[in-house]
Design a binder for this molecule. Structure first.
Ligand code: ATP
Ligand code: MG
Length: 481
């Protein structure tokens, strides 16, 4: 948090002169926004607070609004958004508005409040009652943490789930709490197998021991063997000293054997021996060693079929699936999509400094997409949306194109087809919408515009007469990130 964020407010300029017409105008605005639970502030050209609504006093203590006057906006909202290089200051200087950014509101020793902040250059009114010095308007509301919490852990174990299918998984995990049995977690890619494995460990009698993960698909056979069982000096080129394997590191804890379907046949024998006898040898060594590591294995492959094809040992298969848990695909538990999406949007938003929410149409799109990549795909889609979305509400076109297509949303929502009237009205701007021009031409035009502006997105967007989010979407659509 920036140092000056908690600086006590001092009345820098005395504006407590008799009530002027401007004050009355602001008072009306203040009351209107206040009735909606919004705090509103007017800033001058130097980003100093000219007016701040009384609601601030309710949030941060008596007289905050009065004391704030004349102080830089950073004194209340910190330098992250409004400092010299802050995104909101830059947007306002460029004449643009921004909505739904997260900021911590703080003054003096009062507890900080998380706010959703929107800011816009002020257009002057027809009657001229607005203070001519007021250049920018900042409107804030307490950030909707309640909605994140409401959609928070529902199923227990700190995980989100509303569906019966996941309810059954949680029951299984529950019955495992006192057990040290070997578990086989199966399920499609991205369904949450590793998350389950970690939860099982965290609720097991071994929770104070280590959780050691090895991905069998990530290492070639020889390396995997030494990774799992360790090696002695000179066992192979490069083995310059003795090294313990993961089975040893996982002693008193859990060894998570990810992608177990990818373990080559010759290692499957050794694995079976550890499971049966708890003993093994380091590579290049003849001394048997013992491990008491509990094994949780996972795979997205069909082990039964691998067994039938002679690629996976049947005895190992049965040894592993002492306690099988199958994590259902996201499309088979649609009730979970919305709560998980809300949680993940909250997280992605927080990382991007934003307080975001879904439009009903976006939720509809999320519910209609088949999610072949399951929760991981959903997570990535929302990370994308948090980057692309300029307002505080995520619209369908902020979602990645494949999600929109998967959800059956038509060309109106496709990225590159801009809803905003401003891009349509600027006739001079070249039309770079992927669906309106041949793809190579659009890409070429976009590329030369970017190069002409040294890849500065703000300048390029301005030159092309489009918003930065539109530019960003089109860059992505053409692989120009
Ligand atoms: N119920 C859930 N709530 C919130 N996030 C979840 C949930 N399930 C999974 N995730 C998130 O989804 C992502 C994928 O989960 P995980 O890595 O456990 O999947 P996986 O089944 O192991 O995938 P793969 O087969 O590709 O290895 C992770 O970032 C995880 O945090
Ligand atoms: Mg995994």
């Amino acid at each position: 948090m920036p140092a000056d964020q908690s600086t006590p407010l001092a009345p820098a300029t005395d504006r407590s002169t008799p009530v002027s017409e401007q004050e009355r105008a602001f008072s009306a605005v203040n009351t209107a926004f206040g009735s909606l639970g919004r705090v509103c502030m007017a800033l001058d050209a130097d980003f100093r607070i000219l007016y701040a609504s009384d609601l601030l006093d309710t949030l941060l203590g008596p007289a905050t609004a009065t004391l704030a006057r004349g102080n830089p906006v950073e004194s209340l909202l910190g330098t992250e958004l409004f400092g010299t290089d802050g995104p909101l200051r830059r947007a306002l200087l460029a004449g643009e508005k921004r909505e739904g950014w997260r900021a911590v509101l703080q003054a003096g020793g009062e507890p900080a409040r998380l706010m959703s902040v929107s800011a816009a250059p002020l257009k002057h009114d027809r009657l001229g009652v607005c203070d001519v010095e007021a250049r920018y308007l900042v409107v804030m509301r307490p950030a909707d943490e309640a909605t994140v919490e409401a959609s928070g852990p529902i199923g227990g174990f700190g995980l989100i789930a509303r569906s019966k299918a996941m309810g059954r998984v949680f029951k299984l995990i529950d019955t495992l709490q006192q057990s040290e049995a070997t578990v086989l977690v199966t399920g499609d890619s991205g369904t949450g197998k590793e998350v389950m494995a970690r939860i099982i460990h965290a609720h097991s009698p071994r929770r104070s021991g280590p959780f050691v993960a090895v991905n069998a698909a990530a290492l070639p056979g020889e390396l995997l063997e030494s990774e799992l069982f360790g090696h002695v000096r000179g066992a192979f080129t490069g083995a310059v000293r003795d090294r313990a394997g993961r089975f040893e590191t996982a002693n008193d804890g859990t060894l998570f054997l990810d992608e177990v379907g990818d373990v080559p046949l010759h290692l499957q024998v050794k694995l079976l021996r550890v499971l049966q006898e708890h003993s093994f040898e380091r590579v290049g060594d003849s001394q048997p060693r013992r491990t008491n590591a509990r094994i949780i294995a996972a795979t997205n492959r069909n082990l039964r079929k691998l067994v039938a094809d002679g690629l996976f040992r049947e005895d190992l298969y049965y040894r592993l699936r002492v306690f099988p848990i199958d994590v259902p695909r996201l499309r088979d538990r649609r009730e979970d999509i919305e709560p998980i999406a809300r949680l993940l949007l909250g997280k992605a938003g927080a990382r991007a400094g934003r307080a975001l929410r879904f439009s009903p149409e976006t939720l509809r799109a999320l519910l209609s997409h088949p999610w072949p990549g399951n929760v991981r795909e959903l997570e990535n889609a929302l990370e994308f949306a948090a980057t692309v979305c300029q307002g505080q509400t995520v619209q369908p076109e902020d979602l990645p194109p494949e999600v929109l297509e998967g959800a059956g949303f038509g060309a109106d929502h496709a990225p590159g087809v801009d809803r905003s009237p401003d891009t349509e009205s600027r006739g001079a701007a070249p039309d770079l919408g992927p669906r309106r021009q041949g793809a190579p031409e659009q890409r070429g035009a976009l590329l030369s515009a970017l190069e002409a502006h040294r890849w500065n997105r703000l300048e390029t967007a301005r030159a092309l007469g489009m918003s930065r989010s539109t530019l960003w979407r089109r860059m992505r659509a053409h692989g120009l990130e």
